[in-house]
Each structure stands twice: as structure tokens, then as C-alpha cells.
Design a binder for this molecule. Structure first.
Ligand code: SF4
Length: 124
């Protein structure tokens, strides 16, 4: 059984509109892509969609109460809410630096959550 899908590639700002034909859970053809990245995007999006998680984590003893964080790679879409809850239940301790890994291998996904800003320690 074949299924047709339309997607907009988000791998670059051109945003090519692509027509995809699926069969047996696999991508059979991609049309409309401007380059090979579009095919990779279509395959991932149609078979194992992922998203970068961006959120904040609480910080103890910091100049600010929260630090922005993001996943180092795309997480499987079905894990996003669970990962968000996991991060919401954790606290980092200041000082936090850009790039610090605040959660290793979140939910056994093999993907780390890293700080995207600095939070200095609060002066005592
Ligand atoms: S298919 Fe290629 S050119 Fe088109 S949006 Fe994706 S990355 Fe950009």
C-alpha cells in the first residue's frame, strides 16, 4: 500500500516543498527537493521524526533562577514531552557555563542536554 505525503524541508532556509511516496513504512520517492539533504530530511521525518528540545532548567545558587538548555541532537519526537518533564524536575547548580552537559543520555536516548547560556554563582 502506498501513501503520499507533502512536507516542507527545514534543513535550510529555501524550504523546498516536497512530495513523498511511502510504501511499507519506507520512503519510495521524493520529488521537489533542491538537494540531497531533502531526501535525508524526508526519510527521517517520515520514519523516525526528531526534534531539538529547547527549554529551561532551574538553577540553585545562581544569579538567575533558570538557564536555557537544548538537546545536542534531535530527540525522537515521541520522547519530547517526557524529556521536557525530566528536565523540569532537575536542578543545575551555579555556576553553569555554555556547553555544560546538564543531563547525560536523557531517558537512555543517547542524547545529552546542554546549557546554552551562562549563569554565574550568586555572591554570598
Ligand atoms: S532540499 Fe536542500 S535546498 Fe531544499 S530546503 Fe532542503 S536543504 Fe534546502
Amino acid at each position: 500500500m502506498t501513501e503520499k505525503r507533502s512536507l516542507i524541508c527545514i534543513a535550510c532556509p529555501l524550504g523546498c516543498g516536497m512530495d513523498i511516496v511511502m510504501g511499507n513504512g519506507m520512503v519510495k520517492s521524493v520529488k521537489g527537493n533542491g538537494c540531497k539533504k531533502g531526501v535525508c530530511y524526508a526519510q527521517t521525518e517520515c520514519t523516525n521524526p526528531t526534534r531539538i528540545l529547547t527549554t529551561t532548567m532551574r538553577v540553585e545558587k545562581g544569579k538567575y533562577p533558570l538557564v536555557p538548555v537544548k538537546s545536542e541532537k534531535g530527540l525522537p519526537k515521541h520522547l519530547l514531552m517526557e524529556c521536557m518533564e525530566a528536565v523540569n524536575n532537575l536542578k543545575a547548580t551555579a555556576p553553569v557555563h555554555i556547553g555544560d552537559i546538564l543531563v547525560e543520555n536523557i531517558l537512555n536516548s543517547g542524547i545529552n542536554i546542554a546549557a546554552t547560556n551562562n549563569v554565574e554563582k550568586l555572591a554570598e
